[in-house]
Every structure is written in structure tokens, then in C-alpha cells.
Design a protein around this ligand. Structure first.
Ligand code: DAT
Ligand code: MG
Length: 148
């Protein structure tokens, strides 16, 4: 089953949005496979956002993501990587459609509430980084194949 890495960023945790965000993915039909509240060490933040290390906002990005606890999650389900990105909305909340997480809860690009892997390769890499000591649970709750 396809898996993705999603993370409620420090602004979302501080604003008590964990439950709201988890509820959206649960109600959509995706299955939670791992979750933990954690502080991100600077080295992990730099590695996670490595693709942006030459960008002018890199320092700010690392400072922000390490500024408070995040809620790191693994979700699974059909097309979960692309669908979760759609449910998150555009990177800049000013461009994110109402009904998306960033569209409903975000104001500025720096503090945009949630992270989600953008491709199968990113999902595998990010799950490996954040859940390298385990914590991804394989289980099934299928009673009938059409109940998802
Ligand atoms: P996404 O989080 O939608 O995958 P991204 O990978 O392009 O977006 O950027 C990672 C994060 O970096 C993004 O969630 C917020 C921050 N960011 C992106 N562009 C920015 C900018 N122009 N100024 C400040 N922060 C930015
Ligand atoms: Mg990205």
C-alpha cells in the first residue's frame, strides 16, 4: 500500500490543529500507520530540507521547523502521496484553495501548518529519516474491501 510522510509543523501544533488535521485524513479514508510528537534536531531538519539548502529562506526554514514540537506521521492508502498534497493545498497559503489545510488555516508561506512528501521517492526518503528507529505499524482494518 502506498505510504506518505506528513507532519504538522510547529505552528500547527501550537495552534492545536493536530486533531483537525488527523481527522481530515481519517475521514478521507486514509489509514494512520505511524505518529509521534517530537522535536527535530537541527541536523535532521537540514537533511529533511536538503533540497532547499541554497535557497535564501533555508536558515529561516530550519529555525522554524526546529522551534517547537512537530507531529510526524505516516499515512497509507491509494494515491495517498498526491491526494494528501491536494488536501494540503499550495505551498503559499495565499494561493491555497479554501477547503485545503493551508487554505483554511495558513496565512504566510513560512508558517504553512503542514508538510507532505511530494513524490514516492520523497516519501520513502522522509519516512526513512523520521521513522528510522521503527514505529511504522503494518495492520489491516479491512472488513469488506469496499469499506475504506
Ligand atoms: P512544500 O512544503 O509545499 O513541499 P517546498 O518544498 O517548495 O514546499 O518548500 C518547503 C518549505 O519551505 C515550505 O513549506 C515553506 C518554505 N518555503 C518555500 N518557499 C518559501 C519562500 N519563498 N519563502 C519562505 N519560505 C518558503
Ligand atoms: Mg516540499
Amino acid at each position: 500500500m502506498e505510504k506518505t510522510f506528513l507532519m504538522v509543523k510547529p505552528d500547527g501544533v501550537q495552534r492545536n490543529l493536530i486533531g483537525e488535521i488527523v481527522a481530515r485524513f481519517e475521514k478521507k479514508g486514509f489509514q494512520l500507520a505511524g505518529a509521534k510528537l517530537m522535536s527535530i534536531p537541527t541536523e535532521l531538519a537540514e537533511e529533511h530540507y536538503g533540497e532547499h539548502k541554497e535557497r535564501p529562506f533555508f536558515g529561516e526554514l530550519v529555525d522554524f521547523i526546529t522551534s517547537g514540537p512537530v507531529f510526524a506521521m505516516v499515512w497509507q492508502g491509494e494515491n495517498v502521496i498526491a491526494t494528501a498534497r491536494q488536501m494540503m493545498g499550495s505551498t503559499n497559503p495565499k494561493d491555497a484553495a479554501p477547503g485545503t489545510i493551508r487554505g483554511d488555516f495558513g496565512l504566510t508561506v513560512g508558517k504553512n501548518v503542514i508538510h507532505g512528501s511530494d513524490s514516492p521517492a520523497s516519501a520513502e526518503r522522509e519516512i526513512g529519516l523520521f521513522f528510522k528507529d521503527g514505529g511504522v505499524v503494518e495492520y489491516s482494518k479491512v472488513v469488506n474491501e469496499w469499506i475504506y
